[in-house]
Ligand binder design. Sequence first.
Ligand code: YH5
Length: 274
Amino acid sequence: MNILQCGRFSLQLNRPLVMGIVNVTPDSFSDGGHFQQVGAALAHAEKLLADGADILDIGGESTRPGAAFVSEVEEIHRVIPVITALQALNVPLSVDTRKAAVMHAALDSGVDLVNDISALEEEGALELLAKSNAAVCLMHKQGEPQNMQSTPSYTDVLAEVTHYLRQRRDAALAAGIAHQRLLLDPGFGFGKNLEHNVALFRGLPMLLQSLATPLLIGVSRKSMLGQITGQAVHERMPASIAAALMAAQAGSAVIRVHDVRETVDALKVWRALQ
Ligand code: YH5
């Protein structure tokens, strides 16, 4: 049986796991400051856990196309109090960051998984993770969040993403990170237009077969679903469920979502009727 070694936990991959998204970013409707931000994130995390999340993914930097820069210090101040407060709950905690300093602080605070949209490319990140026993998600992107959606360009998106993920996986293995700690992610929406995202999605079974490493998929509420349905970001839950089920059918190990309760139910039905 496939397992994911994830810090304090050893997770069975005999069904798709649901990773719930916990954003610790300033919300546009209130300016109650840091204390309120952390409180809102904690309340949300507890709800996602009650809704059946298998993993909680805590992020302090918005990596949506065009989002503002967040300093190392600011990101640490956002995510560490949340990670610390959630330690007592018996659930794997993930940190969504591309900064080695944030990874370091999060690992010291006991995080179980490092989810890096830059695939541990930052100086010192591979070595840092090698010294821990946390799991790692290595994601593909083209460009940087500030500019990545301006001119995405590939000759063969599936071949190029496969090649990149293989290279980063092999770099992680060479650094001493065991295969059972690794997840790979094609990075939907990260320097990809609709055509690229569709080609990648259709290629998931091939990607999995070529790499033979468990996949994490994040499509929840993303623009590709807006382009397909015409729905605004807060009306994309049904579209997100459809995509989550298809990712499950393609053999994905972990599905990263905003709408945990709805996704968990949909996956239960998918499993029961399979
Ligand atoms: C991911 O795919 N994504 S943050 C724009 C949206 C909605 C959602 C326009 N971190 C991933 O979720 N980590 C993010 O609407 C991630 N894989 C992994 N491993 C972006 C995001 C989003 C962006």
